[in-house]
Design a protein. Structure first.
Length: 196
């Protein structure tokens, strides 16, 4: 199996509370990675990770009272540090586009909410889809809800049939059908919209 050369975060987005930011820093400290934290006067916090002697600064801008946002890029050469960053993105529900660079190809990962949504292999100018997240449960829920429309159509047709029977009775009894006709017109509009 090919050895990874580097992991490049083309886009990294993390939105953390003050407590989560502290947990983010502790996550790297516990894994015995060298970190430095710099807090600036404007409330911005910079977390610096050391990667084979190089500094990887991650700037967290203060947004509101208790929220910090990091939007940036970085390139990680140390495989263990890259793995730790992957776990942090997952744990803190980050988003981003990550290129895992190998000598002859690149694997592109798209993250949303901490989950891998898509993996594409890029090799010799060609792209090959390796994985794409499908919301099967959500699709089934939407399909089930769509069946609710079919049930509503059936119920409306039944109601129209009952009103037609009532209308015929009123005609044979010589009574007015204005109220029934008004209800029938309204239900016919609803039925037309549901069937469209």
């Amino acid at each position: 199996m090919a050895q990874r050369v580097a992991t490049e975060y083309k886009k990294l987005v993390l939105e953390l509370s003050a407590l989560q930011l502290q947990l983010f820093i502790e996550m790297f400290d516990r894994a015995e990675f060298s970190t430095q934290v710099r807090v600036f006067d404007n409330g911005e916090t910079e977390v610096v990770l050391l990667d084979k002697g190089m500094e990887l600064p991650l700037s967290f801008k203060r947004m509101g009272h208790d929220t910090y946002t990091c939007e940036g890029q970085c390139k990680i050469y140390d495989a263990k540090l890259a793995n730790q960053m992957r776990m942090a993105v997952r744990k803190f529900k980050g988003c981003g586009i990550v290129h895992r660079l190998y000598p002859t190809y690149t694997m592109v990962y798209e993250y949303a909410g901490g989950h891998v949504m898509k993996i594409v292999e890029q090799k010799d100018g060609q792209e090959r889809l390796v994985f794409e997240y499908k919301d099967t449960l959500g699709d089934m829920q939407r399909l089930f809800e769509a069946c609710g429309v079919e049930d509503a159509i059936d119920w409306t047709k039944l109601h129209i049939d009952q009103l037609l029977d009532l209308r015929n009775q009123r005609i044979t009894q010589g009574l007015s059908t204005k109220g029934v006709d008004r209800q029938l017109a309204e239900l016919s509009k609803q039925l037309f919209m549901m069937e469209a």
